[in-house]
Design a protein around this ligand. Structure first.
Ligand SMILES: Nc1ncnc2c1ncn2[C@@H]1O[C@H](COP(=O)(O)OP(=O)(O)OP(=O)(O)O)[C@@H](O)[C@H]1O
Ligand SMILES: [Mg+2]
Length: 366
């Protein structure tokens, strides 16, 4: 899967750029605030219709303009397809081969990317929600039924919370009966989500461990999902049901669901210590890199196609040894885009396919 051409119009500070790409490493070089991350964000938006920097999509449209437009041509072996994305203030239209997609979720899988971004540190140091989101996105990349399942889970959770809120104010038989009914639906969806997250953790853990230990030459490194390490739906459901029964009174007193996938966390452990709490900045960054390398490897293993790697600004805070080891671990036979303020920043010995200069939102091959 290769993004062979990419057109960007009025996205962030890029007025217009038209790029030809191929396999290999493409460097986008430029001073601060020139549009390097804007370009990476544009590719991510074409692939997922989301941005890693904002949920307010109108921020992506170039100031003073009404519409941003992206078009990419993707080569899959002999075949090629085009993705187009038009973004207005309150409207987004995505087309594949000129046909409008009925649901944005259908975009997943056409262009697979793995983004390495400064914001990844939030997966390690941020709230449990960030870590759940990482797991959820990793699952969604390879299981198209997962996002609809998550939406069903959230609807059941909201409904159950509404009932618990009412019971908190007035406890009555009708409310308790309703809670009993929603418990079933909530348990069903919770079990399915938990099973998938357990499975993903089990698949990722050895890959992340191996990447972490190769990058840092320290360990042992492990990761653990707090929702359980047993990917068997019968066991997950029974365990959750028992725990729910035990805390029923507290849930009514608090007026909220206190247990389930919305409360779980993913823990990273280095030599028996929690990385999120104790690790140094370099160790956290290394963990984030190991997670993304593992995600890329898994994507290749599951789909047979190397994802497009987007590496924005994440390697420069590491020492030279770790940076060198990072390039040894990256699969360089697939397509790869990397940003830097200069060629030297990347470290020695890297074979570049092309270099683009980014200046004031303009991108030129050099
Ligand atoms: N919607 C927008 N329209 C126009 N310009 C924008 C918009 N959003 C952000 N910018 C500006 O675009 C410029 C480029 O930002 P970008 O984050 O791409 O820089 P960068 O080259 O990655 O820099 P750094 O090396 O500091 O990471 C910044 O000056 C930013 O303020
Ligand atoms: Mg940047």
């Amino acid at each position: 899967m290769i993004l062979t051409s990419f057109l960007v119009r009025n996205f962030r500070n890029i007025q217009e750029a038209n790029l030809a790409l191929s396999r290999g490493i493409h460097l986008f070089s430029g001073a601060n605030a020139q549009g390097k991350t804007a370009l990476v964000e544009a590719i991510l938006f074409l692939a997922t219709s989301t941005s890693h920097r904002t949920r307010r999509e109108e921020e992506l449209i170039r100031w003073g303009e009404e519409v941003a437009f992206l078009r990419g041509v993707i080569q899959h072996g002999e075949e090629s397809e085009s993705i187009e994305c038009g973004l207005e203030k309150r409207k987004k239209i995505i087309k594949i081969d000129k046909r409008t997609l009925p649901r944005v979720g259908d975009l997943y899988g056409h262009l697979r990317t793995v983004l390495f971004a400064p914001e990844d540190l939030q997966i390690i140091a941020g709230s449990p929600q960030e870590r759940r989101r990482f797991l959820d996105m990793a699952i969604a990349q390879i299981d198209s039924a997962y996002i609809p399942l998550l939406q069903q889970f959230r609807r059941a959770l909201n409904q159950r919370n509404r009932i618990l809120k009412r019971l908190q104010l007035t406890k009555n038989a009708e409310g308790m009966r309703e809670l009993g009914i929603w418990d079933h639906t909530f348990l069903d969806y919770s079990t399915q989500v938990t099973r998938r997250r357990c499975e993903m953790t089990q698949v990722l853990a050895p890959l992340v461990r191996s990447f972490y230990e190769s990058l840092a030459e320290e360990g042992p490194f492990s990761m653990k999902y707090s929702g359980g390490d047993e990917a068997d739906e019968f066991i997950i459901r029974e365990r959750l049901q028992n725990r729910l029964e035990r805390i029923r009174q507290s849930e009514i007193e608090r007026g909220a669901s206190l247990l389930g996938p919305h409360r779980d966390d993913l823990q990273f452990i280095l030599a028996d210590k929690n990385v999120s709490v104790f690790a140094s900045q370099g160790q956290r960054r290394t963990t984030a890199l190991a997670l993304r390398l593992a995600e890329a490897k898994l994507s290749f293993e599951k789909t047979g196609a190397r994802p497009l790697l987007l590496i924005d600004d994440v390697i420069y805070e590491m020492d030279n040894t770790r940076r060198g080891r990072f390039w040894e671990q990256v699969d360089q036979s697939g397509p790869l885009i990397v940003t830097a303020t200069s060629r030297e920043q990347l470290g020695p010995g890297l074979q570049l396919t092309s270099i683009f200069q980014v200046h004031n939102g303009e991108i030129h091959s050099s």
